[in-house]
Design a protein around this ligand. Structure first.
Ligand code: PMT
Length: 400
């Protein structure tokens, strides 16, 4: 790494706090600057003296310290780093982050930052498994906060299970790769479509599908993390808007196409949305009354967004990537779709019953380009996104 990168390390109050000393040592050895924020309960486990000695910097503890604010205000502290890392991240600090509570220096910095945040949870097994913690973590991840661990193993409390903080070396590797990745696509503009579309049947009903938006949103987040100026055009989903991404909310396929065209030109377009192939021809503006006779609905074909972007004469994005949602002959059908729609790459995934792809955490994809088919192992949707962005970066670097 040429330019020295800085991490703001937030240490909250858990027994795993002692591992931060080793984490700081490893990061410094890799020429990454570390500045520490220690919470009141964190200070029960490690001392500011040891953290300061290892980091070679002042340790910040108090939101209302006049000296600290004169040296570096809490807002500046939160933005001066390239990455914020919370390790250990207790159940308490995760809950505060989820609700936006800012009652000390650590939580205020986490609320005020405009930089990526990585958390390394560490707590008792039952606390980690508790629905409240699980939900807090899901919401935070939905906002783009990255997580490493917890790992499974013996806990300081005598129990066994998931709750141990990831090892310092593993956290350091994740930090290093996050810092290196963050500039790979800077200067690039990307459009991503995500989620389902809703096609009105009448004033109150619509046609839709099972897409949750998780895959498309994860891709948008990964693009933004890699430094791309990213616009996410999202159909109706229950997901929070990812941080660092401009989000345009649309409902129907026609609206999605219009939003995509408005956002051109772009260097990269990724169509992960499950766009309805048909819409109802002239849906009435009132609710269709039930009168003992089933209504006959006339369907019209929707515009194909992926094909339109791929075929755009003047403003075709340099790299257009589609997805193919298939229930049989997954790869063969996807190869045909790539050819018919004219996109550069197509990512095939099985959405058949029992695959868990729609709405699930993981995905098993096959990446198809002009050179052939690459089968990827089953990964979380976040991991698929990160690997896809690595492939895109590599492709663009090679091309230029
Ligand atoms: O949202 P999740 O729950 O996380 O699930 C992820 C996913 C299964 C939705 C996603 O991985 C995926 O496969 N997205 C594409 C879904 C789809 O509509 O596939 P398709 O094979 O019907 O369409 C092929 C391509 O054409 C897609 O890139 C699609 O966005 C695009 N398309 C389709 C129809 C249309 N009118 N316009 C389009 O742009």
């Amino acid at each position: 790494m040429d330019v020295v990168k800085r991490v703001l390390l937030v240490i909250s109050g858990g027994i795993a706090a002692y591992k931060c000393l080793e984490l700081i040592r490893i990061l410094k050895a890799r020429h990454i600057d570390v500045r520490c924020v220690l919470t009141e309960s964190g200070a029960k486990f490690v001392t500011p003296l040891s953290l300061g000695a290892l980091s070679g910097d002042k340790v910040y503890q108090d939101l209302f310290s006049l000296t600290d604010e004169n040296e570096m205000g809490h807002i500046e502290l939160s933005r001066d780093a390239d990455l914020l890392v919370v390790a250990p991240a207790t159940a308490n600090i995760l809950a505060k982050m989820r609700t936006g509570i800012a009652d000390d220096l650590a939580t205020t910095a986490l609320l005020a930052t405009d930089k990526p945040v990585l958390v390394a949870p560490a707590m008792n097994v039952a606390m980690w498994d508790h629905p409240a913690t699980q939900e807090n973590m899901r919401v935070l991840e939905g906002r783009g906060i990255r997580r490493i661990g917890p790992a499974e193993g013996d806990m300081a409390c005598g129990e066994f299970g998931f709750g141990r903080m990831a090892e310092p070396g593993v956290i350091a590797d994740t930090i290093e790769s996050a810092l290196t990745r963050s500039a790979r696509l800077s200067g690039m503009r990307a459009i991503v479509t995500s989620g389902p579309t809703h096609e009105a049947v009448d004033a109150v009903r619509y046609l839709a599908n099972h897409s949750s938006g998780r895959q498309g949103h994860a891709i948008a987040r990964a693009l933004a993390d890699a430094g791309a100026d990213t616009v996410l055009i999202s159909g109706p989903t229950g997901l929070p808007d990812p941080t660092g991404v401009i989000v345009r909310h649309v409902s129907s396929a026609v609206e999605m196409l219009e939003a995509c065209q408005t956002e051109l030109p772009a260097d990269i377009a990724i169509c992960a949305a499950a766009v309805a192939d048909w819409r109802i021809d002239a849906p009435p503006a009132h609710k269709i009354k039930k009168n003992g006779k089933a209504p006959v609905l006339k369907l019209t074909e929707n515009p194909d967004i992926l094909a339109t972007l791929s075929g755009a004469r003047k403003s075709r994005p340099g790299l257009v990537i589609g997805f193919a949602a298939e229930t049989e002959n997954v790869v063969e059908n996807a190869i045909g779709k790539r050819r018919d729609k004219g996109c550069d790459w197509i990512i095939a995934n099985d959405v058949g019953l029992g695959s868990g792809t729609f709405g699930g955490d993981s995905n098993t994809v096959h990446v198809i380009d002009e050179d052939g088919v690459e089968d990827w192992p089953t990964m979380s949707k976040d991991e698929v996104s990160v690997r896809l962005i690595d492939r895109i970066s590599h492709h663009l670097e090679t091309k230029s």
